[in-house]
Design a protein around this ligand. Sequence first.
Ligand code: AQP
Length: 333
Amino acid sequence: KKRMVSAITPSGTMTLGNYLGAVKHFIDFQDEYEMFIFVANLHAITIPQEKEKLRKNMKEIATLYFACGLDPHKSTIFVQSDVMAHAQLGWILNTQSTIGELSRMSQFKDKSKKAETTGKGYIPAGLFTYPTLMAADILLYDANFVPVGVDQKQHVELTRDLAERINNKYSDVFTIPEPLITENKIKIMDLQDPTKKMSKSSDNPKAIILMLDTPEMIKSKIKAALTDSEGIIKYDIVNKPGVSNLLTIYSICKNITIKEAVKNFENKNYGDLKNETAEAIIEIVSPIQEKFKKLYNSSDVEDWLNNGANKANLIANKKLNKVQNALGLNFNR
Ligand code: AQP
């Protein structure tokens, strides 16, 4: 089986965007690929996090993984910081990359600008070296594929460059991964500003749907979603981003095409679009929330995560050791 690595960063709790754009696909991939899915807490701390909130976000995301249908017997699911090799290989990769190439990462440019303007005026160094940690996440497991959105493609390309650089300079230690931009890799947009993506770290709670939102919250957020004054329901991302976003959400939740979704709303108004979209979301999240409630305070989640970390540690430490040998870091070899 080919291997795939992916993660959700606990910089907030899981959004509908994370689920529809990522976790739902992980579930589908489980039988075809050997999946390594983790809670990326070391990535989360590249921007300041409150301790208690971080813990809660980690626990919610991990529990949601299982509640959404990730199977601990099929996939390796763990918390990033439980596998120390991520940070260790991340360090080694820092020494093999250049300030120039890391400065070119557009996510760093965006996030550092945001950190500077909305934060306390400083840019954490971790934000800059985020891509080398991500490269370590991928290379430790000999991942063949990394399912990413367009915004992360550059990081996978850097990962390939670093792997090739080390393979050429020292010895063949790394598998070269490929970005897998799945055809149905959709982007769910912010409900209040539908030209930007729905992000869990958004400071406007009305702009995002969380997987743990109550039906009332979902209804009120969708009702308040920004649309336009044209009153015509059609799919046009450029001129009608708000309406198009609702159509996207509706179609994925209902498992139909956009065309079929548009047809469903023929002769209907924005009120209908919003009501039916909210109902479609509630239908998707309700069973997940039921399972979440059962799992949240059971010891199962911790057991599964421990098993996942044990399995991941075996593979990751073996790879790290190989890299250390290749670079001459081990004393006797
Ligand atoms: N709005 C979205 N639509 C579709 N897919 C999305 N993903 C995130 N937002 C959307 C996908 O979710 C996975 C997890 O990504 P992440 O948590 O590591 O980081 P992110 O992409 O930066 O997610 P957020 O929610 O936007 O977090 P913050 O606010 O911290 O930046 C990825 O596969 C991503 O494509």
